[in-house]
Design a protein around this ligand. Structure first.
Ligand code: ARG
Length: 599
């Protein structure tokens, strides 16, 4: 289904072409003067220049061709040669009815399907998640839903950090504390099937071990060795590691569930391990893997790509930029980049994606540049099929990445709890949901909390950092998640009331200015989703959702529904409200936000 704006663009393009003008010049945009017109095309100005013709005359000829278009109620030439177009009320009514009937897409359209992997979330086993992981989960989930809506076959992969140095740290700390003696033996086992550690143990052990590694070089070396042995396949370590992963994953799953974030693959860095030997051999055979100071690296900088680097002795050299990708450390361990490269190979074999999107903190931009270049050099992915979608940080009032009150890294659980508490307060203040059963009230508070967190994140441009301000996020006024939920719930209760009063839906008829505006907004959803998809920018969806809620709110104020003079008007306005609700809920769902039935 095409939106009116697109189909109108085509008609204007055809009219230009009939006048011997390149139809690409016919661009149709929303009118600068919504009081006079809905859309405009300024193409005659540029075209006349090229043809050395009079722009007003050319515009008049194009306008004349468009005059018979049934979708337009008026076509006028203004100023030096602008073409102003006003849609007929009938065309708007028909479009609104289409949106209402379009159960799956609510007026959006699809693309030629591709296979897309979205790598997001990226939490680390045993390490607490930080705001970067939160943002990745929120943005990645939204992009996954958006790409799916547009028709792509999407696989969301959590890509757990389960294979790096932190695993060696944990194993060593567990051993030192005598928590996992049965797993420390060198043989083949068998090893206990019961986990020797709880989530609380992991929460306590990781910071302990990380701190110790900083102060105690002997401990750090043992942890490095344990990491290499784990990766080398030492059975006791593998068995213990599996328990770490299982305990940690179960806890993470609960937190993601709470945020309505869900992955198709709960894979980790370790899942690419079986491909490691093959990949190393392949990189060697292709002459890409070279020795560098005891380590094995892939050079990824091209001729002349250098930057100044200060050496330990204070001298400055021109070093390759980006630096080489470290594939095997001098201790023989696979590194972060190694697992990423092997994972690309794994995805190529098991999925064959046309595109892989990495929703990861902007600060990892260089890492991905290195990995992508290595993957292209090795032929593991088609050129341009790998994209790093970086994002800024969520900051505290001090402008630094957000921390909890205690000063520690943020725990997702605590953040959600804190937001839910604030949501309860706000709902009580606004006298919302007070008379509902306690269980339903809790569910509403949770939905409001998640909507507040997600919307405040997604309404910002992905790349900008923003300040965490729960008071502002949680307001029922302004551009916030709670405001949008409130508007959606208002329509739901209107629909319920209409049903009680026996007001039935009727064909949509557009007459009032507020009805026109609402129908035009419904039409704009297609362009918003297409744009958000092309730019990988969920904030354009957030923008549209807000515009729609506002447009609905104005319509509701200007056009009484249940007390309208006749059944046809009541039913038409009710149908328009239902269409708005359907599109609003679809947009919110793209943002990963669920709407309660009432509040
Ligand atoms: N675990 C990583 C971190 O905490 C993020 C993983 C991102 N995805 C990836 N394919 N590297 O920084």
């Amino acid at each position: 289904m095409t939106d009116l704006k697109t189909s109108l663009s085509e008609a204007v393009g055809a009219a230009f072409a009939a006048e011997g003008v390149d139809k690409a010049l016919a661009r149709v945009t929303a009118s600068d003067r919504p009081d006079l017109a809905d859309f405009q095309s300024n193409g005659a100005l540029a075209a006349a220049k090229a043809l050395k013709a009079n722009p007003r005359e050319l515009a008049a000829k194009v306008a004349e061709r468009l005059a018979a278009d049934p979708r337009l109620s008026s076509v006028e030439v203004a100023g030096p040669g602008f073409i102003n177009m006003k849609l007929s009320n009938a065309a708007l009514a028909q479009r609104a009815a289409e949106v209402a009937a379009d159960e799956e897409l609510a007026g959006a359209s699809r693309v030629e399907p591709r296979k897309v992997v979205i790598d997001y979330g990226g939490p680390n086993v045993a390490k607490p998640m930080h705001v970067g992981h939160l943002r990745s989960a929120i943005i990645g989930e939204s992009l996954k839903r958006l790409f799916r809506l547009r028709g792509d076959e999407v696989v969301g992969d959590a890509h757990f950090g389960d294979w790096g140095f932190q695993m060696g740290l944990l194993i060593t700390a567990c051993g030192d504390e005598g928590l996992a003696d049965a797993f420390m033996a060198e043989g083949d086992g068998p090893f206990p099937a019961e986990t020797p550690v709880t989530l609380a143990d992991l929460d306590r052990l990781y910071p302990l071990a990380a701190g110790k590694a900083k102060e105690d070089p002997a401990f750090r070396d043992r942890a490095r060795k344990a990491t290499a042995e784990l990766q080398g396949g030492r059975p006791g370590y593998r068995a213990l590691w599996q328990h770490f992963v299982a305990v940690s994953r179960e806890a993470l799953k609960r937190e993601y569930d709470d945020l309505s974030v869900d992955f198709d693959l709960w894979n980790g860095e370790s899942d690419a391990d079986p491909l490691m030997d093959e990949m190393i051999a392949d990189l060697k055979a292709k002459g890409l893997l070279v020795e560098d100071d005891g380590a094995q690296v892939v050079h990824v900088a091209r001729e002349g790509e250098t930057r100044k680097k200060k050496l330990a002795d204070g001298s400055v050299i021109e070093a390759p930029s980006p630096p080489p990708l470290l594939v095997i450390s001098s201790e023989g361990s696979a590194m972060y980049g190694t697992t990423d490269l092997a994972t690309i190979l794994d995805r190529k074999k098991s999925i064959g994606p046309d595109l892989i999107l990495y929703v990861v903190d902007e600060r990892q931009a260089e890492h991905f540049e290195q990995v992508f270049r290595a993957a292209y050099l090795a032929g593991y992915a088609p050129e341009k099929s790998l994209e790093h979608l970086g994002f800024g940080t969520m900051n505290g009032a001090d402008g630094k990445p957000f921390k909890t009150r205690a000063g520690g890294v943020l725990k997702l659980r605590d953040l959600i709890d804190q937001a839910t508490e604030k949501a309860r307060e706000r709902l009580h203040e606004a006298k919302l949901g007070d008379d509902l059963p306690a269980e339903e009230f809790e569910d509403i508070a949770h939905k409001v909390a998640v909507a507040a967190l997600k919307f405040s994140d997604l309404s910002n441009n992905r790349t900008t950092s923003y300040v965490f301000d729960l008071d502002r996020f949680m307001s029922f006024e302004g551009k916030t998640g709670p405001y949008l939920l409130y508007q959606a719930v208002r329509v739901k209760s209107l629909l319920r009331k209409a049903a009680e009063q026996g007001v039935a839906l009727a064909p949509i008829v557009i007459e009032e200015a507020a009805e026109r505006d609402l129908a035009l907004t419904l039409d704009a959803f297609d362009a918003a989703t297409a744009d958000a998809y092309d730019k990988r920018s969920p904030n354009l969806i957030a923008e549209h959702a807000y515009r729609l809620a506002q447009s609905f709110s104005k319509f509701y104020a200007a056009c009484p529904i249940l007390v309208a003079p006749d059944a046809a008007t009541q039913g038409s306005r009710l149908a328009l409200a239902a269409a708005a609700l359907h599109q609003l809920e679809t947009a919110l769902r793209l943002l990963g936000i669920e709407t309660p039935e009432r509040m």
